[in-house]
Design a protein around this ligand. Structure first.
Ligand SMILES: *Cc1c(COP(=O)(O)O)cnc(C)c1O
Ligand SMILES: [Zn+2]
Length: 419
């Protein structure tokens, strides 16, 4: 299939049901959306994406949150906890400091469970219900498990999450636990957890809700739709660039699909499409390596390390969708150090925006690209912050100021404050 930005919208194959189908991005094979459980192409194993007979248009948007864009989603409604509709904060001081014309922060930490994963789950869990499956599962660096646990529980379904032992931030494990997921701690990294859960799903033991699942990415498209609508209303244009942290590259793939469909619908000119710009941590940067090398595929990194645990991923499964997205929009990818990530986390906090480390990678990457002259001073930029500060309290406390012990009397406190 042609993943270029200028390609024509696909016409409905015979596999379409009520104008919706699944297509393989590698060989173009088409499948009915809900007849069977399927994550990848039956014929070649390629990634699948959802097709629509009517290219989704912003003109059909009505209501609030993710389901405001039901016309761009495979079902009319989902298992909802009022996800989406997140703020697009103005940060004039930060814009000046970084040296760009406009900077807005799309804070996905303001979703119900504190990350953008909720947007994918409201759709994905509804599809699971449509398919009639009983048990849901995912591998996770934390936030996917928190979202799956909450949405699965709300849908009354059993949830199973596989986490890399000792590498998941405290807030996320607490969420998965309280929402009632069965938590399997794996003595390996995220990529090993994903291999395992895929094997379980292939054996029919559970329905897989990682971002390999094409329906989840449909929900995550709404980040892009919200940015375009809000930015246009406020500035009369769309942003020149959207900068986002990259782990499995699901969000990068989803944002690209959002803008491709807006181009098909006539809602966005090809020349106006924001440059998708991915940021990874230096210790886990296979996408950056592939973009810099001009490679068609990523090389799996077996050893990955970063404080930004949500993007501690060495084998980004959505690379075949995300690499064309970055290239076709004229974007790029950049790696940042853990120190740069923590500095950006402090910068955002100074503007009142509390994010977990992985989220701050977007701002850190923008700073770096601006300093290198890749991003111009005239650019209007949106940085995506993917998860809330409270997800990783240890990282926040380590980056913040230390408490000061004082005695329990006024004179003692005054003495402490004034000397
Ligand atoms: C999942 C996640 C990411 C990575 O997103 P991908 O779609 O896998 O690239 C980044 N930041 C946070 C906070 C996340 O939870
Ligand atoms: Zn195929």
């Amino acid at each position: 299939m042609d993943l270029s930005l200028t390609a024509d919208p696909p016409s409905p194959p015979t596999a379409a049901r009520e104008g919706v189908w699944l297509t393989c991005i590698e060989c173009g094979a088409a499948f009915p959306p809900f007849d069977d459980v399927r994550y990848t192409c039956d014929d070649c194993g390629g990634l699948l994406e959802v097709g629509y007979a009517n290219p989704p248009s912003l003109a059909d948007a009505a209501g609030t949150g993710v389901w405001r864009y039901a016309g761009a989603l495979p079902l009319d409604g989902g298992v909802t906890i009022q996800e989406g509709g997140t703020p697009l904060y103005r940060v004039p001081d930060l814009a000046e400091d970084v040296g760009v014309e406009t900077l807005r922060i799309k804070h996905e930490g303001m979703n119900p469970t504190g990350s953008f994963k909720d947007r994918g789950m409201t759709v994905g869990v509804a599809v699971a219900r449509e398919l009639g499956v009983e048990r849901l599962a995912c591998a996770s660096t934390g936030n996917t498990s928190a979202a799956l646990a909450a949405y699965g529980s709300r849908a009354g379904m059993e949830t199973l999450v596989l986490l890399p032992a000792g590498k998941v931030a405290a807030g996320k494990v607490a969420q998965a636990s309280l929402h009632g997921a069965r938590i399997l701690e794996v003595d390996g990294n995220f990529d090993a957890c994903l291999d395992l859960v895929q094997a379980l799903a292939d054996r029919g033991e559970a329905y897989l809700l990682n971002s390999l699942n094409p329906f989840r990415l449909e929900g995550q498209k709404t980040i892009g739709l919200e940015i375009v609508e809000r930015f246009r209303a406020d500035h009369g244009t769309v942003p020149d660039r959207i900068v986002l942290p990259v782990g499995n590259a699901g969000n990068t793939a989803a944002l690209y699909k959002a803008v491709r469909e807006l181009v098909w619908a006539g809602d966005l000119a090809v020349d106006d499409v924001p440059k998708l710009t991915g940021v990874q941590a230096e210790g886990a940067a296979p996408m950056v390596e592939a973009i810099e090398a001009g490679a068609d595929a990523v090389r799996r990194w077996d050893e990955v390390e970063t404080r930004a645990t949500a993007i501690r991923i060495g084998n980004p499964v959505n690379a075949p969708k995300a690499l064309p997205g970055i290239r076709e929009t004229g974007g790029t990818a950049v790696a940042v150090s853990d120190t740069e990530i923590t500095d950006a986390q402090r910068d955002l906090a100074e503007s009142g925006i509390g994010v977990e480390p992985a989220s701050a990678a977007s701002l850190a990457g923008l700073r770096k690209l601006r300093a290198d002259g890749v991003v111009g001073s005239d650019e209007e930029v949106v940085c995506l912050t993917t998860g809330h500060l409270l997800k990783d309290p240890d990282a926040a406390a380590a980056a913040g100021t230390d408490p000061e012990p004082v005695p329990v009397d006024l004179d003692g406190v005054l003495d402490h404050l004034l000397t």
